[in-house]
Design a protein around this ligand. Structure first.
Ligand code: SF4
Ligand code: SF4
Length: 390
């Protein structure tokens, strides 16, 4: 297993198609895919203008469709964005993210099957049964196309997080409610990806997002397309490229907690500039970097002092109710033409921040001094390395 990467600085479907052809060859994807259905699992989130770097860029998707169609494949673009998993919501998201145009110009299909199933998962770390969208069933191949972004809860969203989009929209709320701790939440992402593993991940890292991702951060040019078959290797590689500490990404902590760790040094990188590093590094979200499993004594203190909080801007709020309808803690009410949060019920899942169409919810970081002190205490108490135990 290894990573292949190419320099690419512009969203031009013809150029991307040529580049991706090299990636498909590198990963031994069949030259002849005639008559085979290939699901392209994109990042749709809530359907945003491509310039905001929230969703997989439509030109990126178009380039990949073109490359696969030359091999004879039938491409189906699919995701379950946040909120209700309905045909009308999918239509809106496809239109606003530019994917409707991609389908019209390339002949790819857009998934409108909103059926769902439950898969048994006996070997799961946490999840023994996984509700999934039917679009992942009966496929011949699946290629995941994550956008590389920061993420308020998970540190980053890339190859491991993208598979959360196969959980039917509104059912995502229950997982946030049941697994509010970032490490457990990362554990269910590992379970989901292990159960429904794409054949390949091709990352849209031409322009990523730093800061308050995954919905309200700042676009940041990385200039890369990177691919791999292993979600952890892909995530780890992009973190290294963007100067993100592994310790600030719960998915790696979950690997340590559940599987004993991961050998980061074994990742081989081929293609353009394998040693490329972004300078300066990515700006991370203002949310807590305190992950891992703190000693019981500190847990309550850590939570109250180090947790960031969602805050609603009354000027921007249009009282649409989307945040309330997707709040895992049932903490939001709409009254007097604006949303209000009951912080005693808030579990800090940050779904409201992701889904607010008006950008009216910001995340207020914890006081620096309390975060600094808690981090010091936590690191002293929990100073294991992130390498695999022998
Ligand atoms: S905060 Fe955003 S999502 Fe919530 S009601 Fe206001 S505009 Fe709608
Ligand atoms: S208020 Fe926002 S962050 Fe808090 S539980 Fe609800 S959706 Fe999650």
């Amino acid at each position: 297993m290894s990573i292949y990467q190419s320099n690419c600085n512009e969203y031009d479907r013809d150029r991307i198609s040529k580049i991706v052809d090299g990636h498909l060859k590198y990963h031994s994807i069949d030259d002849d895919l005639s008559g085979r259905n290939v699901i392209l699992k994109v990042n749709l989130l809530s359907g945003k203008d491509p310039s905001k770097a929230v969703t997989t860029h439509p030109e990126f998707v178009a380039g990949i469709v073109s490359s696969l169609k030359e091999r004879g494949a039938e491409c189906i673009i699919a995701d379950s964005p946040g909120g209700e998993f309905t045909v009308s919501r999918l239509k809106d998201a496809y239109r606003s993210s530019g994917l409707e145009e991609v389908a019209a110009s390339t002949g790819a299909k857009l998934n409108y099957d909103v059926g769902r199933s439950v898969l048994e998962n006996e070997r799961g770390r946490i999840l023994k049964r996984i509700p999934v969208c039917n679009f992942v069933l009966g496929k011949d191949m699946m290629i995941a196309l994550p956008k590389f972004k920061t993420h308020m809860l998970m540190g980053i969203t890339c190859a491991s997080k993208i598979m959360y989009g196969i959980i039917p929209g509104e059912e995502k709320i229950h997982f946030h409610t049941r697994f509010p701790h970032p490490i457990n939440f990362a554990g269910i992402l590992l379970d989901i990806t292990d159960r429904i593993r794409p054949d390949l991940f091709i990352v849209d890292a031409i322009v990523g997002m730093e800061g308050e991702g995954p919905a309200q951060g700042d676009p940041r040019r990385i200039g890369l397309i990177a691919s791999g078959t292993d979600n952890i290797e892909v995530d780890a590689h992009l973190c290294r490229v963007c100067g993100i500490e592994y310790g600030s990404v719960p998915i790696f902590s979950a690997l340590r907690s559940f599987d004993g760790g991961f050998k980061f040094d074994n990742i081989e990188v081929s293609g353009d500039e394998p040693g490329f590093r972004l300078d300066p590094p990515f700006v991370m979200p203002g949310t807590s970097a305190i992950i891992g499993d703190p000693p019981e004594l500190f847990k309550r203190m850590v939570r109250s002092l180090s947790s960031p909080k969602p805050v609603i801007d009354a000027e921007k709020c249009i009282a649409c109710g989307i945040c309330r309808n997707n709040c895992a803690g049932s903490a939001i009410e709409i009254g007097n033409d604006r949303a209000r949060i009951d912080m005693s019920r808030c579990i800090r899942c940050f779904c409201c921040h992701e889904l607010c169409p008006e950008g009216a919810i910001s995340i207020k970081p914890p006081l620096k001094i309390s975060k600094y002190l808690i981090e010091k205490i936590y690191r002293l108490a929990n100073s294991k390395s992130y390498t695999k135990k022998s």
